[in-house]
Every structure is written in C-alpha cells, then in structure tokens.
Design a protein. Structure first.
Lengths: 480, 169
C-alpha cells in the first residue's frame, strides 16, 4: 500500500500538461495575437512556452500533498502560499479522471469535494494512477471504519477507547446496478444535447470558413449547382445525428454504476475516463429527466447530486436512458425511501386555468407581432401567427399536465415541464430552508408554489393550493 | 398585521415568537438610498441637457423626474416595508415579505451553518444592521434587512444557542 502520510509532489508532467492541455489552449490566444501581429511567430511562441513552463515548474515545486488518515493536506502557491487542510469527515465525494494524456503516462487527476465553496476543494491534476487510487481507497476506508464505530462504552461494537483505532472493515461485495451498452449511448447522443453541440460546431465551422476568406455562398452554389438539395440534406442530417451519437458513445463509453456498501461508483469514458465515487449518505437529491422524443418509450435520465460546490458538472453524475426498473434499482440504493415511487397527484384545476391563461397570453403577444408584420410586409406572416395561436393553449395544457407532486416516507417527488419533463426527488432531511412563494396571479386563484433550498440547488413544487403549500413548508422545516 | 409600533416596549424581547415588522428606520434607510440613486439620474438628465444646450427644458425634465419618480419610489418602498414581517420562532426563523410576489420563508436553526451581521456606512449611522442566517444552500432566502443594532447581538446569541451540532448537510 502506498504510504500517503509523507508529503509528496504531483507528477512533474503536470507542468507540461498545464501548457498543452486542450482546455488551456484558449490561454494561448493572446500569445498568438502578439505572435502574428509582431511577425516573430517562432520567437514569441518560444518565449511564451518557456515562461509558462517555468511558472508551471515553480508551482510544481511548491505543491505538496499528503493524507494522514484524518486530514488531507495540500500546500501550494509560489507568491501567495496556501495551506489547505480538509478533514476527511467533510468530504462529499472523490472523483478520478484520466484523459488521453493521463492514460499515456499512467497518470490520473483527482478531485476531492466538500460542501459549499466553488470548484473542487482539492485538485491534483497529475499524480500517478497508483497514488490516485490509493488516496481514493484510503479516504473511503477511513470513512467506512468511522461509520462502523459506535458510542464509547457500548458492548456490541468497537470501542475506540478500549481497542484503539478500528481497522477498516472489508469492503462490501460490489454489485453492478446498471451498465449501458453502446447502442443505448448512441441513442442518448442522438436525442440529447450533443445534437445541439454538433450544430453549434457546424455553425462555428462555417463561421471559420468566412474568417478564412471563403465565401459560404460560393461553397453553397458549387454544391447546390450539382447535387439536388434533397440529396444533400439526406447526407448531412444523418451524418450530423450520427456524429452527435458517436460523441455520446465516446464520452460515456461503458458507463457502469456499481455499489458496494454505501459507496456508489460510476465509471465511464473512452478517451477521458471518469470515476465518480459518492457515499449514498451524502446524496442530496435525484432528478429524473424525460426527454420529449423518448417519453413514449418510458426511458429517462437519472441524475444524482451531492452537496459539493453548489452545482456544476463535478457535483453530479448523469446516467442516461434508463427504464423504470433500472431507475428504481439505483434509487433503492441511493435514496431508499424514494422507492416505490408514489403516483403523483395532479395540480388543482385552478392551475390549469392559470397555465392556459399564461401561455395564451404569451402566444397572443407573439401572434400580434406576426400580425403587424403581415400588415406591413407579406401576408404569409399570418401563417406563423396562426400556428402560435394554436400552439399556445396546447403548450399550456401540456404544462399543466406536466405538474405533479407527491410525498411519501418523508421524500418529496415534484414534476414539471410541458415537453421534456423533470421529476425532482428530495428527502425532507436534506431541505435546508423552504419558502412559500405566491405571485399576485397565484394568490387570486388560491395557489402558491414551494421552493425547497438544498445544498445542491433549489427545487420547486409548482402551483399547488396555498394551504397544501403551507403544510409542506411546515413539515420539511421541522424534520431534523 | 400587528400595529406598526415604533418601539416594541421594554417588557417584550425582540422576536418573542410573534410576527414583528422591521424597524421604522429601515424605511428611512431605503428612502435615502433610493433618493441617492434618483439624484444620480437627475444629475445625468441635467448634464445631458446642458451638453445639448437645452438648459431650461432640461431643468423642467429633471424636476418632473424628481417629483414623479420620487413619489413613486416613496410609495413603493412603503409598500415593501409594510409587507415585511419576521418571527423568531422556537425552532426556525420565519420571514414574510414581497408586494407582488409574496414570499414566506422558513429557516430552521438546526440548518444554520453560520450567522452574519452586516451593516454598511448608512446603516451604521442609523443604528441598523442586517441579520443573515447562512445555510448550506446558496438559494436560502434568509436575510432580515434591518434590525436595531443593539438588539442584533442578543438575537444572534439566542439563535446560535439554538443551532444544533453536526454538519447539517
């Protein structure tokens, strides 16, 4: 076992990574501008590279970390020195990440997060894989042995006063909760945000062509002159979606959620391998997101969040396209009181009127803008006006049907969304504070909403009867 | 709504489990603040009109702005002030405020991570301070914007005594 009590440095390669990492390349932009404008490209790049390497080397010299079984230590800083101490009890989760450059050199990046603050509390960008795994294992061992210790003097357990520190109990057998095949990841990419990301990069690519002095019209006429537009679309659109799917497959490759005792571990990634470990006792809330296209197939994404860093990607893990049984299997381990998931009660009829009025009003405003256009320009603007007028109330009805709430075993389930639907699952024990919020329109119909403030984020229970809302805020803030 | 008493009386401690309004001085504080902001706008109008060589219309416009906006702001701040009530309960701090959108927030003491007392230069001159209960959630609505600076210390001590142990996350 690696002895982490001795202060140690990170890998010196980290300084090189700092210069060449893809996510740092944007820092080179000002350098590139200076280089091109001064005409001495090679010289400027050499100097800039040298300066950042020296800065990186100094930072590396000053960065020492260790773990003494109780507190994580990190000393760093060249000009401003920072000595950070993280008590092991406060750790929310541990995350290992191995990009391609890490994999080549047998390295890993470690992130350790506590509640609150911004960003990771401890971030080691390049340590050996052995060190990273030792740190993760030792932290979890300490936490597990502390969870097993009972009150001093008690007979049926380990008394630290009499027996000394307890050896960590052996890890519980690891059970695979879910493992996603590539086909499912492909489907997730095709129906997910990756589609928009690819579209954005297509637009960006076109933009870059313009920057390079290529006239996009010229590109268009050359192609369009020879091939029919339909054939082109038939080629581009499937390629676009396939690319989005492939991105998801590579990013989330072999996504596997396993559990051992109270440690949920999610691993994924092909080029950039992630390992996310969170103790289930630290889980704040879960969210089930139903994508519009996949709702008929009963598939949904599950998101599990810890209290780390108040949001952001690093405090949550997303598992896409699960069926109901798989979601229940994970929830049963992560938030046991959340299953079986109760049927949600629809919002009161007054909420339907409110949803209809609100969306019809919005549609009316947009439609009248189109009507003005129709009056001053072409009559064809009446077509979108009519579409908006029909779609408005329809969306309102869908938004109303999306609303639902239920509470069972001190866990609240709250759903909203007209097209894509999200269900938040919140244990009362995690609610930090609550607010009953009512707009002037809600009060007129005797409605209100509840906002539950969690360490991870806030969750809304929308458009219930005011009395019901008051009861909810009363209950969630008295449970200790 | 209870009577808007200037003084709570000597026999009653602040937040004795009853809904209480904010200090009357908070209203003055808000009015001074908004008057300062309004003053900046009036100065901008004057400067712009002087720059355009239209001094008299500029003066008239500034005067109109000062009167109309001043009255509106005065009316609105008193509505906001009147909407504000808070209660220091046994287990939680309760806030009620908001004119168009009304908020009734509950912050249980056992969730409190730390307590801030905050006072800017104007507040200090007026003997006011803001009490802020910090929970582990960034979205908690837990600021009482103006209580008497002399009461604040005692109130903070009372709430701290009720804050439990453990990390409450």
């Amino acid at each position: 076992m690696v002895d982490l009590r001795r202060p140690r440095r990170t890998s010196p390669l980290g300084a090189v990574f700092d210069v060449i990492a893809p996510d740092r390349v944007r820092n080179l932009l000002p350098v590139a501008i200076v280089a091109i404008s001064s005409g001495r490209v090679v010289l400027v790049l050499l100097v800039a590279g040298l300066v950042s390497l020296v800065a990186g080397a100094l930072g590396w010299l000053r960065r020492l970390w260790s773990f003494d079984g109780d507190v994580l230590h990190l000393d760093e800083g060249v000009f401003v020195r920072n000595q950070r101490r993280i008590p092991v009890d406060r750790i929310q989760h541990v995350e290992l990440e191995r990009s391609l450059r890490h994999q080549v050199f047998g390295l890993a990046a470690v992130r350790v997060e506590t509640a609150g603050g911004s960003g990771a509390e401890l971030r080691l960008d390049a340590v050996t894989r052995v060190e990273a795994e030792a740190l993760r294992t030792q932290v979890l061992d300490v936490l597990r042995s502390r969870a097993a210790v009972v009150e001093p003097g008690s007979d049926d357990g380990w008394d630290p006063v009499r027996h000394g520190p307890m050896p960590p109990p052996p890890p519980a057998p690891r059970e695979v909760l879910v493992r996603l095949p590539p086909a499912r990841l492909l489907l997730a990419g095709i129906t997910g945000p990756e589609v928009l990301a690819v579209l954005a990069s297509l637009v960006f690519g076109l933009d870059a062509l313009v920057d390079l002095g290529v006239d996009p019209d010229e590109v268009g006429t050359v192609d369009l002159g020879r091939v029919p537009v339909l054939a082109l679309a038939l080629l581009i659109v499937p390629a676009w979606f396939l690319l989005a799917g492939m991105i998801a497959v590579v990013r989330k490759w072999d996504l596997t959620a396993t559990i051992s005792g109270d440690e949920l571990r999610v691993t994924y990634g092909l080029l950039r391998k992630h390992e996310f470990v969170v103790r289930t006792s630290r889980v704040q809330d879960a969210r089930i997101a139903q994508r519009l296209l996949l709702r008929p197939f009963g598939r949904a994404d599950l998101r599990v969040r810890s209290a780390a860093s108040g949001g952001g990607d690093s405090s949550q893990v997303d598992i896409p396209l699960l069926d109901d049984a798989e979601i229940d299997r994970i929830l049963a381990r992560v938030l046991p009181d959340a299953v079986p998931r109760p049927p949600l009660q629809p919002a009161p009829p007054a909420a339907r009127r409110r949803a209809l009025v609100r969306s019809s009003f919005g549609a009316g405003v947009v439609a009248s803008a189109f009507a003005v256009l129709a009056a001053v320009a072409s009559h064809w603007w009446l077509v979108p006006a009519a579409v908006v007028l029909v779609a408005g109330p329809l969306l309102g009805e869908l938004a109303y049907r999306g609303l639902g709430w239920a509470a069972r075993d001190a866990v609240h389930h709250s759903r909203s969304g007209a097209l894509a639907r999200r269900t938040a699952i919140v244990p009362e024990a995690r609610v930090q504070s609550a607010a009953l919020v009512s707009s002037i329109f809600q009060r007129r119909r005797g409605l209100a909403s509840v906002r539950l403030d969690l360490a991870s984020s806030a969750v809304g229970i929308l458009d219930r009867e005011a009395g019901e809302c008051r009861a909810i805020t009363g209950v969630v803030t008295t449970s200790a | 709504m209870p009577a808007l008493t200037e003084d709570l009386g000597d026999d009653r401690e602040l937040g004795d489990g009853e809904l209480v309004p904010l200090e009357r001085r908070v209203l003055s504080l808000w009015r001074i603040r908004s008057s300062l902001a309004l003053g900046v706008w009036v100065a901008l109008v004057l400067a712009a009109s002087a720059g355009a060589g239209q001094v008299v219309p500029g003066l008239l416009a500034a005067l109109a702005l000062a009167v109309v906006a001043g009255l509106l702001v005065r009316w609105w701040t008193s509505l906001v002030w009147r909407s504000w009530q808070f209660r220091v309960g046994d287990g939680a701090l309760h806030l009620r405020h908001g004119v168009l959108t009304r908020r009734e927030s509950t912050i249980p003491y056992h969730r409190v991570q730390h307590i801030d007392l905050e006072a800017g230069p104007l507040e200090r001159r007026m003997g006011l301070t803001s009490l802020i209960l910090r929970t582990a959630s960034a979205s908690s609505d837990s600021t009482v914007p103006g209580i008497d600076a002399d009461d604040a210390d005692a109130l903070r001590a009372r709430i701290l005594a009720l804050v439990g142990t453990g990390d409450a996350v």
